[in-house]
Write a protein that binds this ligand. Structure first.
Ligand code: AHN
Ligand code: ZN
Length: 335
């Protein structure tokens, strides 16, 4: 048996999940008149998610317009098809702030596309062309491995896709892999004038103006970015609170019930111009960002971030499990 099912119902918990001692201490409650149908949530397999990240890293850096980027994108498309999704690819040349033309692809995997009630999950799949936060200046124009930044969010989403192929959720799900998120302003180019803030997240900006499907809508979106490091702390991100505070409450609520409060902490983090910003601002879909916040590190995302050290050493299965199981629980609880 490949699955472990979590049966969540009041009856089950009282009957099986509580020790005799605890039962004695609790006031007697009348049996509920209506017992809700059990919600079946598949078990997220962190080993599988880990191997999806490893596979991406083995393609080499996924820098737009390179051969490894192209091959890795093809791998995602094949995987999503294998898991029974309808796949839409938005192929577009995007112009980076420095004039580079990026051969970009937003890859969208739709599960149960016929359903009107949907949830959107997203991550960026490209990796940064420059390790401009590396302690060694010699690395500042070298591409980084992108295990955590790029690889982790996609790895979790591929495992969710694998689960969706086995146990259909009540709502439809769209998994969006945005391209060209990480080609933003190089540290040495900070003097350049213009709207530097908008040099990041080019793929999601494009999708937000040109959605893959006319009239596309979803209840809400969840962005996963940098979700693999050991001891990660996911704080309430500023735009998520501004545009989708109910979604933040829902996700953090499930995480805490599952015992992942150590990761999904009850604290505010920074405000981050990430893919979700454009999904909220331009497209108008409430979308939150689950992103590691590490105020003690130079750029706030961890000491390895945008350095050559962003490799598999920084991927922790316990963190992947916390994120993946939380997101699966959120999806399967949608009615
Ligand atoms: C800024 O750093 C302004 N935004 C992008 C956040 C990010 C970078 N996510 C991954 N890499
Ligand atoms: Zn990055």
């Amino acid at each position: 048996m490949n699955w472990i099912y979590l049966f969540i119902s009041a009856m089950f918990l009282v009957g099986c999940g509580t020790s005799a001692k605890e039962q004695n201490e609790k006031p007697k409650q009348a049996a509920p008149a209506v017992v809700e149908a059990a919600v079946v949530v598949p078990a997220f397999d962190a080993d599988s998610a880990y191997s999806f990240i490893d596979a991406q890293v083995k393609f080499g850096p996924r820098v737009p317009s390179t051969a490894s980027h192209r091959k890795c994108g093809d791998y995602f498309i094949a995987k999503f098809k294998e898991y029974g999704a309808s796949v839409t690819v938005q192929e577009v040349d995007l112009k980076a702030y420095n004039g580079d033309i990026l051969k970009a692809r937003n890859i969208i995997a739709s599960f149960q596309p016929e359903k009107a009630d949907r949830v959107m999950l997203c991550a960026h799949w490209d990796t940064r062309p420059w390790a401009d936060s590396d302690p060694d200046k010699a690395n500042h124009y070298k591409p980084l491995p992108g295990a955590n930044d790029g690889g982790s969010g996609v790895g979790v989403l591929l495992e969710i896709a694998r689960q969706l192929s086995g146990v259909p959720s009540k709502v439809g799900v769209d998994i969006m892999l945005f391209d060209a998120e990480d080609y933003g302003l190089h540290e040495n180019d900070c003097h350049l004038s213009g709207s530097n803030m908008h040099s990041w997240a080019l793929g999601s900006q494009y999708w937000s103006i040109n959605p893959h499907k006319q009239g596309y809508n979803a209840r809400y979106g969840i962005l996963l970015d940098i979700v693999g490091a050991p001891g990660s702390r996911f704080c309430y991100e500023g735009y998520s609170l501004q545009y989708a505070s109910d979604v933040v409450a829902k996700v953090w609520g499930h995480a805490n019930k599952l015992g992942y409060g150590k990761y999904f902490v009850d604290e505010e983090g920074g405000t981050i111009t990430d893919d979700h910003y454009y999904v909220n601002r331009i497209f108008g879909l409430p979308c939150i960002d689950i992103i590691n916040f590490d105020p003690d590190s130079p750029n706030g995302f961890g000491p390895y971030h945008h350095t050559m050290k962003d490799d598999m050493e920084w991927i922790d299965k316990a963190t992947l499990k916390a994120v993946g199981q939380t997101v699966l629980t959120v999806i399967y609880n949608e009615k």
